[in-house]
Design a protein around this ligand. Structure first.
Ligand SMILES: NC(=O)C1=CN([C@@H]2O[C@H](COP(=O)(O)OP(=O)(O)OC[C@H]3O[C@@H](n4cnc5c(N)ncnc54)[C@H](O)[C@@H]3O)[C@@H](O)[C@H]2O)[C@H](O)CC1
Ligand SMILES: [K+]
Length: 467
């Protein structure tokens, strides 16, 4: 059976499909048809009762019964249908003269087949009435029970349930949900239906990947959206500033920029939002490790290396004393001792890892660290040694100097609030490229790295508003 996929990752894939042109309505149509096909393989007619909830799980059910020609179908609604796609498919049934009943008016006495379209991956918490009454009625019936995606009442990921539909057959979509193999006693026979999502779409970073990593708390207190320490700055000062500035634009609450005292005067005047910190000495050396590690204690993640050359040894020492680190430029030669994201471009990758950059070699390289490698390029390649994703946002205008610093800063901001380096790296690649595409649209090819950083909030807003 195919590799399982969690509800959150399936939701991200759904959003990506929509973004890549394959609508949720098409997916719902394919899902519903797949359920009907499995029923038609087993039955040529009879009494069918569809119990429908309020979301897209119900929507799949409304599609399914449309394909059960010659069956005697009753549609029973547990609650008002909230999902717009499901509502659209219910309206089709009503127009086509299907019998639709609210649960409280329905006298359920017999069905050859029950279709369980109550709850799918949107189930949270406990079953509330009338769902618990309906689940009990289904389980007490002698019907053949077909659950859509997951048996209602079961947590799709953990498989946990208090009370749940006991299905004879579960038709799930694209990939099995992890919970199904954990509670086989209620899943019954599991069929994984293809609903037309191209394999390639699973390997393409999209807005869903950004939303796996990014979140905003309404009642957030200062710092809950990430505290990032950016360290770099000799001999090039602009690079660490750009990284720090981008960290801030990508949503971090607290951004501290630590640079050697030799370049501190320029940095401390750059921008009021960024807290400047002076490191002893003209350039960063092992002597600074202790003060950097000390500073890092007050932050969620360190972004190290921008504007430095060959500081892998220092980065390595720092990584022994921190939780999470993003390594770029002079930090890339380090073997990190903590969870990390490395952001090399092709030449840096080949110098640091010693082999030709490709999907396989990025995967191998990522296997050697506890984290993710983000190989920047026309098509970025991200891997954590197990998973691989490409990112196609961005354009030729992004070869301008400094966009790598912007990406490192954005990766830091996301890694500060998302513990999965792979998700954080995919999100950073996607949103930074999208910001670059917005710059291209507005300014043509002559935009700068600072323009890209300025566009990050707009790209985030665009992605967070996608439905
Ligand atoms: N790519 C895919 O996997 C596809 C999945 N499809 C189907 O969509 C559902 C998920 O739909 P969603 O609208 O997110 O949620 P549900 O339908 O599972 O839940 C509906 C609704 O129920 C409410 N709710 C949550 N918890 C409870 C509770 N404890 N008691 C009562 N009500 C509850 C909440 O408001 C939810 O929004 C997936 O399973 C698939 O069947 C697509 O249709 C096809 C592609
Ligand atoms: K279900």
């Amino acid at each position: 059976m195919r590799e399982p996929i969690t509800s959150r990752e399936m939701g991200a894939l759904d959003l990506n499909c929509e973004y890549f042109g394959l609508s949720r309505l098409q997916l719902m149509e394919n899902a519903g048809k797949a359920v009907a096909d499995e029923i038609l393989k087993r039955f040529s007619g009879g009494k069918v009762v569809l119990f429908a909830g309020s979301g897209n799980n119900a929507g799949d059910g409304f599609v399914a019964v449309r394909f059960l020609k010659g069956f005697d179908v009753d549609v029973v609604l547990a609650r008002d249908v909230k999902s717009e796609l499901a509502r659209r498919n219910l309206d089709i049934l009503v127009k086509a003269g299907f019998s639709v009943f609210p649960w409280q008016d329905y006298d359920f006495d017999y069905a050859d087949i029950v279709i369980d379209g109550l709850l799918g991956t949107g189930f949270r918490g406990e079953l509330r009435r009338p769902y618990s009454d309906i689940v009990r009625a289904i389980n007490e019936s002698e019907s053949f029970v077909v659950s859509i995606d997951v048996p209602s009442g079961m947590n799709a990921d953990s498989g946990e349930y208090r009370e749940a539909v006991k299905a004879d057959l579960t038709v799930t979509f694209h990939r099995p949900k992890p919970g199904l193999s954990r509670s086989p006693e209620i899943a019954g026979e599991v069929v994984v239906a293809d609903i037309g999502i191209p394999e390639e779409f699973e390997k393409l970073a999209g807005p869903g990947d950004f939303r796996l990593a990014y979140r905003r708390f309404e009642d957030g207190h200062k710092g809950s959206h990430g505290k990032v320490l950016v360290v770099g700055g000799y001999p090039y000062v602009g690079a660490p500033f750009l990284a720090a500035y981008s960290t801030y634009k990508a949503g971090a609450d607290i951004v501290t920029l630590a640079v050697p005292e030799s370049v501190y005067p320029q940095v401390s005047s750059f921008s009021p939002e960024i807290i400047p910190r002076k490191l002893r000495g003209d350039e960063i050396t092992e002597k600074n490790v202790e003060e950097i590690t000390e500073l890092a204690r007050k932050h969620d993640v360190v972004v190290f290396g921008m504007g430095t050359v060959d500081k892998g040894d220092v980065a390595e020492e720092i990584s022994k004393g921190v939780e999470k680190i993003v390594l770029d430029a002079g930090g890339l030669t380090a073997t990190p001792h903590c969870r990390s994201i490395l952001t090399p471009h092709r030449q840096e990758f080949e110098r640091v890892f010693g082999y030709e950059a490709s999907e396989e070699s990025v995967l191998v390289a990522a296997n050697s660290i506890d984290g993710a490698v983000l190989l920047k390029g026309k098509r970025d390649i991200v891997s954590d040694g197990r998973r691989v994703k490409y990112n196609d946002t961005g354009n030729a205008g992004m070869t301008v100097g400094g966009t790598g610093d912007v990406l490192a800063g954005v990766a830091g901001a996301l890694f500060a609030i998302c513990d999965d380096p792979f998700h954080a790296a995919c999100a950073a690649a996607f949103i930074t490229g999208l910001a670059g595409d917005m710059c291209l649209e507005e300014k043509g090819y002559n935009f700068t790295a600072l323009d890209v950083a300025e566009k990050i909030p707009y790209a985030v807003k665009k992605v967070m508003e996608l439905k």
